[in-house]
Design a protein around this ligand. Sequence first.
Ligand SMILES: Nc1ncnc2c1ncn2[C@@H]1O[C@H](COP(=O)(O)OP(=O)(O)OP(=O)(O)O)[C@@H](O)[C@H]1O
Ligand SMILES: [Mg+2]
Length: 511
Amino acid sequence: MFATVAAVPDSADDPGRLSRDATIEATQRPGAQPHAILVVDDEPAICESLELTLGDDYRVFTAATGEEGLAILEREPIALIISDQELPTMKGVEFLERAIEIAPRAIRMMLTGYADIATLARAVNEGRIYRYIAKPWEPHEVRLNVKRALESYELAGENAQLASALAQANDRLRAENLYLRREVEGRYAFDKIIGTSPAMDRVFEVMEKVADTDATVLITGETGTGKDLVARAIHYSGARKDRRFVAQNCAALPDTLLESELFGHMRGAFTGAHQDKKGLFELAHRGTVFLDEVGETHPGMQVRLLRVLQDGEIRPLGSSDTRTVDVRIIAATHRDLRRDAEEKRFREDLYYRLRVVEIALPPLRERREDIPLLAHNFLDAASRKMGRTLRGFTNAAMDRLVAHEWAGNIRELENEIERTVALAGDADVVGEEMLSEHVRGAVAVADPRVEPLPAGMTLAGAVDALKRQMILEAIDETGSKTRAAERLGIPRQSLQKMMKRLGMGPEPHEG
Ligand SMILES: Nc1ncnc2c1ncn2[C@@H]1O[C@H](COP(=O)(O)OP(=O)(O)OP(=O)(O)O)[C@@H](O)[C@H]1O
Ligand SMILES: [Mg+2]
């Protein structure tokens, strides 16, 4: 604690002072040496008398001239200076001025005859001396004054330390803030979004264009395609990045609660509303509100959202006043909102207001070329997190990852890799057998050539279609019915019968 005195502003410009000031601090602590007092007077009787008055409680140094006094100041850690006004060579005032340079924190007092009190009072007012002692003095009065002066000396010292500690704490906080902000920005910066496929290139292109604008953005895509990530990246790389990004999942709350979350409420607006509450739109003023799952909002909410988008106006629940807010809106949905709008499940005008710019995130199975890069990234991250040293994947394992359907998209891939790393033991590459069963076994189903089933198909019809598809592919890949039957795990005769029943002609090349 006492070491921090080195940063005290008073003495910071004079490094030679620092160690000495530190010693002064040390002597103040309970049980340490008493304070040192310097008395400067050319009359030995005065020096003696003050020494007598103060010597029991303090270390008293005496000097007959200003020069002598300055020499002592250079040597000793003086806390209080008592100087006569009329000194032989250097005047008392001049001596004190020079004393300030040597011991800036020492308290200064002046001894004076009644005649000079007016000038001294001015010096006191100007803060150059702490107080004056009029001759002749009452010893107990001097003792009291000295005691108070030294208390304020100690307080000043403490203040300086606290100020310095505070300044250091502030610096630390500032640094920490900066770090946290960078962290947050970094976390959501574009470069955390992985993808080099043409589909992702198009996404990046649009993101870059809209980030610096206030345009409302609608992000669409299946679950786990990165809608959240993209929304944050847009906010944190745009002009509003120093303001808040608040996200609200519109599917997560019942109607009234959602309304109150977004728009706020007045006390008594509904049961349980015990006090006024600000909504997210107000909290995010000049920032961004991310409306996740906006497709799940009820019609009343849709009207209110339209109002914010059109006029920037909100009205807290239970209030008759509207308020204006300045927020950028980014919305996301996994639904086909255009169809919902066409089929009147979603307000068409709101749909158009939301999709000023639309960013459609492709499902992972439509950009399989990104899978190896993503997989390696997740592997590195998970290995680091769990203290493993997995270097990569075997070809067979990577083939499986690339072929898998990934209905849960990137989130599913990320989870799969994390799970693999957690269970990897001391393996140093991920082998096929380490992947979870449904990823390992799903090659045929995962084939992108599998067409979506026509609507209205019966279960039996769908099963037949799948059988047909799998048989064709197995024969395609193995080049013979025998090996195809093996691949499909059925006897060759069963395959033949099945093909007949399914109306599949004799295949061209039998092996
Ligand atoms: N392109 C990407 N590069 C790296 N990580 C990604 C990418 N896209 C998504 N992720 C990661 O995948 C996970 C799911 O992403 P996110 O939460 O953004 O998806 P979402 O579309 O919002 O899903 P949901 O519809 O379920 O809310 C997150 O951990 C995210 O960091
Ligand atoms: Mg999400």
